[in-house]
Design a protein around this ligand. Structure first.
Ligand code: IMP
Ligand code: MG
Length: 178
């Protein structure tokens, strides 16, 4: 079994590139079917979704816009907790169909916060596409419209996903060896 070491931890190959590409193709086919006649705005979440977004968008047939956003976390000198601010959302989304692109949905909190931040923008509709989904960790009520692969509650890296910023460049996905 192929292994990689990132910082102090060892990860073993779990989802090979070929399987990832099949999942991307499946998601693209579903989006193409649903988006016929629409001009959606794809909104990718940085950093993790960059690779999924790049591969998926090459397969999208509808005319579309592409944008990226990031939740910027910082510890304010006066604040006790961590504050998160959404940066990069400059596009006018009024009456638009938005498709959120995420690398992985775990508890679902990140997308929940984004859905909340999008609420005042007057969208026509919002859809959620994620390459990976951890059903046993998901705690929210919203529907995840497009799912590439459902995975167990393990910690993974590769294909955009990191362990302390390392591993995003790997073309396959690796699981933390217990
Ligand atoms: P959520 O807000 O709990 O759904 O978590 C989503 C975010 O947590 C993702 O965008 C990832 O950045 C990160 N994340 C969740 N699970 C993993 C994992 O297994 N490996 C690396 N990052 C993860
Ligand atoms: Mg992420």
């Amino acid at each position: 079994m192929k292994k990689v070491t990132l910082h102090d931890k060892i990860f073993a190959l779990s989802i090979p590139d070929t399987e990832i590409q099949q999942a991307v193709e499946k998601v693209a086919a579903q989006i193409n079917k649903d988006m016929a006649g629409e001009t959606p705005v794809f909104v990718g979440l940085l950093n993790g979704a960059f690779m999924f977004a790049a591969d998926l968008l090459k397969l999208i047939e509808a005319p579309c816009e592409v944008s990226f956003i990031k939740y910027f976390s910082y510890a304010g000198t006066q604040s006790l907790g961590e504050v998160s601010e959404l940066i990069g959302l400059n596009t006018n989304l009024k009456n638009r169909t938005v498709i959120i692109l995420e690398d992985i949905i775990d508890t679902g909190l990140t997308i929940s916060r984004l859905l909340n931040d999008l609420q005042s923008k007057g969208l026509k509709q919002v859809k959620i596409a994620t390459l990976l989904f951890k059903p046993d960790a998901f705690k929210e009520n919203y529907a995840v419209d497009y799912i590439g692969i459902s995975i167990p509650n393990d910690f993974i890296v590769g294909y955009g996903l990191d362990y302390d910023e390392l591993g995003r460049n790997l073309k396959d996905i690796y699981t933390l060896v217990q």
